[in-house]
Design a protein around this ligand. Structure first.
Ligand code: TYM
Length: 337
């Protein structure tokens, strides 16, 4: 038996951005070779931001399409929509009874997001979001969770809950998952404000590289990326955040190390770096975008992949949930005894 990998993305935008791709999706595709992989579009999580129903449906399919376009292979891996497997919400409830208020309240993403929208705009789902995320992971006896840096704290909570379940309900209740965070690409920064992470919900669209964006716009955004005034191409996360981010992206897509790139661009200007990088990014994203558009334009084919995935996911998830229901002391229906 291969070890299990599980990960997921929220359908909160029409397109994924390059941070989602480099920080997570590239690792998802690689891990298929060595792991039994399960990847989900977490549409229930996306409800925390009160999306328009039609927009949510469109984005859920578009997100799955981008997984497939990037190389997630439904012949080898399970790809599904979270809401198709009811066990996610069911386990989240059980886990919420194992989670302390203080513990959930310490989550920095909750604090940031709720501070942004204010108390009146903050729903309870936003607070319990990391518990649903732990349910996603623990349902599948997951060994490894490939994510970007921003999910580290949520992963810690998942691990704490797993250990608590094993202590309180007995060893073997759930598998304690490890985060898989590739440091060099764990945080891709906004092109306009390189102190902030690149995000699907960025304030300025110019700071983001979207997978499904018009390539001309991608090139424009790269060429207008914020840099600094000393005009030396070097890697320094603190003093030269903008250039360092461009070098990180360049290295991840082109294969040359950051050191090699710095050597190759010695004496050249930022403009050179940006023009070359724009070309690298555009030629990288073009086939990805074309393939994603093909999936988006064949919703019936896409839905059938997602339904097959959900059926397989359900088989695993229902066994885990039954095991935990039994261990916490719920009476099993006669059909399951
Ligand atoms: P989400 O949808 O915000 O992001 C999806 C993945 O992309 C990574 N990521 C980045 N990596 C590098 N640089 C960036 N700028 C960047 N922006 C995003 C994220 O770390 C993530 O890996 N809570 C999760 C979704 C989720 C999940 C799960 C993940 C729900 N259940 C279970 C793993 C396992 C989220 O909001 O990701």
């Amino acid at each position: 038996m291969k070890p299990r990998v599980f990960s997921a993305m929220q359908p909160t935008a029409d397109s994924l951005q390059l941070g989602n791709y480099l920080g997570a999706l590239v690792q998802w595709v690689r891990l298929q070779d060595t792991h039994d992989a399960i990847y989900s579009v977490v549409d229930l999580h996306a409800l925390t931001v009160a999306p328009d129903p039609e927009v949510l449906r469109r984005r859920s399919r578009a997100t799955a399409a981008q997984f497939l376009a990037a190389g997630v292979d439904p012949q080898r891996s399970i790809v599904f929509l979270q809401s198709h497997v009811a066990e996610h919400a069911q386990l989240a409830w059980l886990l919420s009874t194992f989670t302390g208020m203080g513990e959930a309240g310490r989550m920095t993403q909750f604090k940031d997001k709720s501070a942004k929208v204010g108390e009146a705009g903050t729903n309870v789902g936003l607070f319990t979001y990391p518990i649903l995320m732990a349910a996603d992971i623990l349902l599948y006896d997951t060994d490894l969770v490939p994510v970007g840096e921003d999910q580290r704290q949520h992963l810690e909570l998942s691990r704490d809950l797993a250990e608590r379940l094993n202590t309180r309900l007995g060893e073997g209740s759930v598998v304690v998952p490890d985060a898989h965070i590739v440091e060099s690409v764990a945080k891709i920064y906004d092109l306009q404000d390189p102190t902030k992470k690149m995000s699907k919900s960025a304030v300025s669209p110019k700071g983001t590289i979207e997978i499904l964006q018009d390539p001309r716009q991608v090139a424009k955004n790269i060429k207008s990326a914020a840099t600094d005034s000393d005009a030396v191409i070097a890697f320094d996360r603190e003093a030269k955040a903008g250039v360092s981010n461009l070098l990180t992206i360049y290295s991840a897509l082109d294969g040359r190390s950051v050191e090699q790139l710095v050597a190759d661009y010695e004496g050249k200007m930022y403009g050179h770096l940006k023009v070359d990088l724009a070309e690298v990014v555009v030629s990288y994203l073009t086939p990805l975008r074309d393939s994603a558009m093909e999936w988006i334009e064949s919703p019936a084919r896409l839905d059938s992949v997602l339904e097959e995935g959900a059926a397989k996911a359900r088989t695993i998830a229902s066994a885990t949930l039954a095991r935990l229901y039994e261990r916490v002391g719920l009476v099993a229906p006669t059909s399951r005894r």
